[in-house]
Design a protein around this ligand. Sequence first.
Ligand code: SF4
Ligand code: SF4
Length: 457
Amino acid sequence: MDTTFTQPILTLRPENAPPAFHLLAKPTGAICNLDCAYCFFLDKEVFYPGSKFRMTDPLLEQYIRQLIEAHQGDSVNIAWQGGEPTLMGLDFYCRAMTLVEKYRRPGMTFLHTMQTNGTLLDDAWAAFFAEHNFLIGISIDGPRALHDVYRVDKGGKPTFDNVMRGVRLLQQHGVDFNVLTTVNRVNGDYPLEVYRFLRDEVGATWMQFIPVVERINSDGLTIYQEGATVSDRSVGAEQFGRFLSAIFDEWVSRDVGSIYVQTFEAALRNWLGMGASGMCVFNATCGTGLAIEHNGDLYACDHFVEPKYLLGNIQQQHMIELVSSPQQIKFGQDKRDTLPRYCLDCDVRFACHGECPKNRFIETPDGDPGLNYLCAGFKHFFHHADFAMKLMAGLIRRGRDAREVMPILARAFAGVQRNDSCPCGSGRKFKQCHGQAQPRTSITALPAPLARSAIER
Ligand code: SF4
Ligand code: SF4
């Protein structure tokens, strides 16, 4: 057992410490059993040359103890991510559960979560997750033809069957799960195929759609958040807006209240003016969603695991002091304070807030730096969703059920002709607005050379 490090004890809680925060633990660092082409984690191995990339047992104990101490309230989220966190083996997480029991205060509740590619799951894992009420996030990019474009194993082989096997195991054991779908240049053209597959075939009721934006710096590297060009795997800005809008139309016409799409839930909260959207990217400020590496290094955010954003190591300084450090406070406030004038004047800023700083690397039409690469897509989506969002927000404010929006919209759009004014009040013709034909491309029309070259790379 490694006993070389000190054990920081919390003697005085910093005055400005947040009562709660979200910390993603990466016990295997960036190590994964897959080799997804767009994965920004895999490259991060270079920051820890010679490392075994395994969180030690003493550090695990410090981590759990400090995380519990750092939370003022009774509710703590213990979140595992990677790389691939199941590579630590089940015993590691059994020990984590024992440590939670050791350090918990009376009355505390814990939400255990894990983001996994699902390919290494078996009955023992699923039974463990069920026993401890884990919420599992499964990474899946859509039906087979779309998923297997980029989500391949170390030998370049497709992974779809193994992921679905993992999903079915979770379902057999009654484990709660949601799906995380990265939206890239290929599946970005197939919104309804992706959504319907997740809803109808996977059986997911909670979905996250995360845009792939892979910056390339002047050395051709994607490790750092540098450079103003993106890889050809990255989703296009307008493409992402169309993707969200197409899924939104399907969701708002039939799935409100039964399917939860994180982006839509966050948007509705912002239309309601709730202050916190539930997604850091759509909040005015951030800084309470951090990441901890396998060796105890604490970073400002999972997307900024690079030396410039290292806050310190929990073996030398208590986690809550790092979370509330001036460096981290500034990191979170910069999200708001560095918005370009173009965003400050934007009519959907209340919903977008300039999204994530990691994507702010293009110029505004006036030539100011710091505009979000996905801006055109967000403008498209938030304008598109505005009519239904206002309706849902109005219903909720009057104490009614947001699901009532579905029959209201059905009545509003019934019998509208293509050349009529759109009932949403945009002033555009129906055919150019909510009556716009959505992409209905068949998956069989997937651009085969692109798919093959990705798999065979
Ligand atoms: S940098 Fe982006 S992902 Fe990280 S906490 Fe801020 S908004 Fe969230
Ligand atoms: S939609 Fe564009 S201009 Fe508006 S806040 Fe978002 S990034 Fe800024």
